[in-house]
Write a protein that binds this ligand. Structure first.
Ligand SMILES: [Zn+2]
Length: 81
């Protein structure tokens, strides 16, 4: 869950939706690993038009990943943003 200030221009806080841990944010910059999900379900979904947003800390991502039958694709990124 992300909170913004100044009309969404500056990131104020990020809280893991699964465990409630506040992630480190300094001067509007997230300084901790986080899985950010922002997905809008489309026409062929029962959730058509619903936008889902949540954030997970790294620990919760690792825990969630253990529940997957097929592991998510993870590879080393060559360009970091
Ligand atoms: Zn968490």
């Amino acid at each position: 869950m992300r909170k913004w200030k100044q009309n969404e221009a500056v990131l104020q806080s990020v809280i893991c939706n699964r465990c409630g841990k506040p992630l480190k944010v300094e001067n509007g910059v997230l300084k901790e690993g986080c899985l950010q999900v922002c997905q809008t379900f489309g026409y062929f979904s029962a959730m058509d038009g619903t936008q889902v947003k949540f954030d997970l800390c790294e620990t919760c991502y690792q825990e969630l990943k253990k529940s997957f039958l097929i592991a998510p694709q993870e590879e080393e990124a060559t360009e970091l943003l």
